[in-house]
Design a protein around this ligand. Sequence first.
Ligand SMILES: [Zn+2]
Length: 123
Amino acid sequence: MTAGGSAKPPGGDAMKIRDLKPCDNCGKPIGIIFYIVRSTIAVVKQESIREYVGLSLMLGSGLLAETMGGHQDSVVDLLADQKDENGKPLGWREAFLCGDCHGSDLNIAALAEKVLDREATTT
Ligand SMILES: [Zn+2]
């Protein structure tokens, strides 16, 4: 499946010292080896799915339906470039995690909120 949105996660190639942050979950230093977890909201386009299911039933083949369907290259919208009802950007959330937190049980939604709060106070 190919995501239909044009948004891509931020770089990740060259990271400078000033880009390093404490762990977004526990607040401790990230250490030598750390993890970057990126997330955004993805929404399946219902019209594309309906078209696929309808064509599959008509043609008797999901593969043919995928080939013949007009919207199959973009069945998912990434909401990375949009804002929620409160005006907060839905963009990519990039969380830094230390090794201990990466291996622990995490609530990804709560982590994304912590990242959003950090970004709001540092920008
Ligand atoms: Zn941590």
